[in-house]
Design a protein around this ligand. Structure first.
Ligand code: GLP
Length: 282
């Protein structure tokens, strides 16, 4: 896994936006897997700004939501769909139809999840999956113990994740215990994956995901199986990595052609060709 450690969330968001732009430059109608959560806010703000300034073009991208509360529709203030609509689509001036979300009720959930997986396949598969990180190492809503081969499905939250989600719903008893999430197998099929994590609270999970053993007990460690996974961490989230010095030296020595291009407004061309995360061109 490639690891990029940068001083703060703003720098991480700028770097991640360049990665998104490089994917869009290569495939304007790219399918992007999008996550919700506070970690995504600076990235979505940056993407929206770049879109408004004409430095990238998200208008043909197809967005697929990583996870959602079961039984919560896109109008609910805590809905992840609404989060992406309000933080990315609206400020970037993108139509809400560009975003699809896993959704289903009761016994129809398995069929709805299968149809969501089909929609991803019909879009040509996810080109870039954006991911946040749970403090317990969860990815999407794949809680510890999730199958490394899992697909989009209903999951039950751990008591800890439900408790941590209370601010979204006001009262802990109002937090849905059921969620729909892309599976780890779904995430591993994306052509590239970009994990973002900020802050000391994520440091142990980030270290376990990047350097710990591959284990369903740390779902994010599944990214070690991904051929093009990139973790972009701020100093605090990267503070418990054993190979931090090495990751920094890799970034410093990265050949220019391997770096995601710098972005400039009004769709001016950059000198660097677009490069996918991991520096491998298709
Ligand atoms: C939640 C969501 C994830 C999100 C993660 C991190 O449980 N299911 O999709 O990436 O936790 O959230 P945050 O960025 O707010 O720390």
């Amino acid at each position: 896994m490639e690891v990029v450690i940068l001083p703060d969330p703003a720098a991480c968001a700028r770097y991640a936006a360049r990665v998104v732009a490089s994917v869009l430059a290569e495939r304007p109608g790219a399918a992007l897997g999008v996550a919700a959560g506070s970690t995504m806010e600076p990235l979505y703000a940056e993407l929206a700004r770049l879109q408004r300034e004409g430095a990238l073009d998200l208008s043909r991208a197809e967005l697929f939501l990583l996870d959602e509360w079961a039984g919560v529709d896109g109008s609910h203030p805590a809905s992840f769909e609404r989060f992406v609509r309000e933080r990315l689509l609206a400020p970037a001036g993108l139509a809400r139809e560009r975003l699809r979300a896993p959704r289903g009720e009761g016994a129809e959930i398995p069929a709805a999840c299968a149809s969501y997986e089909r929609a991803i396949r019909e879009a040509g598969g996810i080109d870039l999956q954006l991911l946040g990180l749970g403090v317990d190492g969860h990815l999407g809503f794949n809680e510890p113990g999730s199958s490394l081969a899992s697909r989009t499905r209903l999951k039950t939250l751990t008591a800890e994740t439900a408790a941590r989600s209370t601010p979204l719903f006001g009262r802990e008893e109002d937090v849905p215990r059921h969620v729909l999430t892309m599976g780890l197998g779904t995430i591993l099929e994306s052509r590239a994956a970009l994990l973002l994590a900020f802050g000391e609270a994520k440091a142990a999970a980030a270290a376990a995901a990047v350097e710990g053993p591959l284990t369903a007990s740390v779902p994010a460690s599944a990214l070690q199986l991904h051929p093009r996974a990139l973790a972009v961490l701020d100093e605090a989230a990267g503070s418990r990595l054993l190979r931090g010095v090495y990751y920094r030296s890799v970034l410093e020595r990265k050949p220019a052609w391997q770096r995601p291009p710098e972005l400039s407004s009004a769709r001016t061309r950059t000198d660097n060709p677009p490069v996918r995360p991991g520096g491998v061109r298709r």
